[in-house]
Design a protein around this ligand. Structure first.
Ligand SMILES: [Zn+2]
Length: 58
């Protein structure tokens, strides 16, 4: 008998992810923000939102 329970229970983080702003790969342990289907470092997304924010007041 073969034991067919040898499946690797890997999470869905198998694919490398690149930041859409700085083009540096986002490590699995990095803080990541997904916005409109694109991945950013959290810090990069903050800067990006500030650049595109046009000084919008809250
Ligand atoms: Zn980045």
């Amino acid at each position: 008998m073969k034991t067919a329970k040898a499946k690797t229970a890997a999470p869905s983080i198998s694919q490398p992810v690149w930041c859409q702003r700085c083009c540096i790969r986002i490590a699995p342990y990095d803080l990541r923000t997904v916005y409109q289907g694109r991945d950013y470092h959290r810090d990069c997304f903050v800067k990006l939102s500030q650049e595109n924010g046009k000084a919008r007041k809250n």
